[in-house]
Design a binder for this molecule. Structure first.
Ligand code: CA
Length: 236
């Protein structure tokens, strides 16, 4: 999957509820993954960080609250949006849930539209770039609905890979992204591609963006990767 769909991890051991949530979140266009045990979720989260996690309080293997505490202690998941599910009766414990760092909580039984709404709200709050239809950076504009890119009002012609690459960069303005991060984000982590392929496509993207212009928005960071800058640096 590429960067356009928000990836949601549901950690819940009640299978009917998991299925219901998966169905409803997928029909909202999210990329959904589910795990039924707390310890499995812990392992999975070390491999891949989703955009949001729906986390049940009572889980086999490792409790939701302990997992939440661990996630907040790691730099990669420190700011990961977490919605905690609690059963009625655990309500007095909700305060503890929030104290350990969940962003929101919902008491079971809850209405699914309510949860879907909260997921949307939390994602918008956490990552506005991911939800927006039109991304802008400096004089570059990327329209996700129309799949169109322009620079200073002129259309930029991009191949599908260069388009996804630019989108991935624009969702993370100014951040230095390693070749590995770009590979995972644009091509997917299951595909084996030589890291030099990344350089080739960054080169093509650069050429398309800079046509007839001296200012290059893509910065090459020696030994680290690439960054797309909002304050465009002059590069020879
Ligand atoms: Ca449970």
């Amino acid at each position: 999957m590429n960067g356009t769909k928000a990836h949601i991890l549901i950690v819940e051991d009640e299978e009917p509820l998991t299925l219901l949530l998966r169905y409803n979140l997928e029909s909202e266009g999210y990329d959904v993954e589910t795990v039924g045990r707390g310890d499995e979720a812990d392992t999975r989260l070390k491999e891949r960080v989703p955009d949001l996690i729906v986390l049940d309080w009572m889980l086999p293997g490792l409790s939701g609250i302990e997992l939440c505490r661990r996630l907040r202690a790691r730099p990669e998941t420190k700011n990961l949006p977490i919605i905690m599910l609690t059963a009625r009766g655990e309500e007095s414990e909700r305060v503890r849930g929030l104290a350990t760092g969940a962003d929101d909580y919902i008491v079971k039984p809850f209405s699914v539209p309510e949860l879907v709404a909260r997921v949307g709200a939390l994602l918008r709050r956490a990552k506005p770039e991911r939800i927006a239809d039109v991304l802008t950076l400096g004089d570059i504009e990327l329209d996700r609905q129309k799949k169109r890119v322009s620079r200073a009002g002129r259309d930029v012609d991009l191949g599908p890979t260069e388009y996804r690459l630019l989108e991935f960069f624009m969702e993370r303005p100014g951040r230095v992204l390693s070749r590995e991060q770009l590979l995972d984000g644009v091509w997917g982590s299951e595909v084996y591609i030589d890291e030099r392929t990344v350089d080739v496509h960054v080169g093509r993207l650069r050429k398309a963006l800079n046509r007839g212009r001296a200012v290059d928005p893509i910065r090459t960071v020696r030994g680290a990767g690439y960054a797309l800058n909002d304050r465009f640096a002059k590069i020879a």
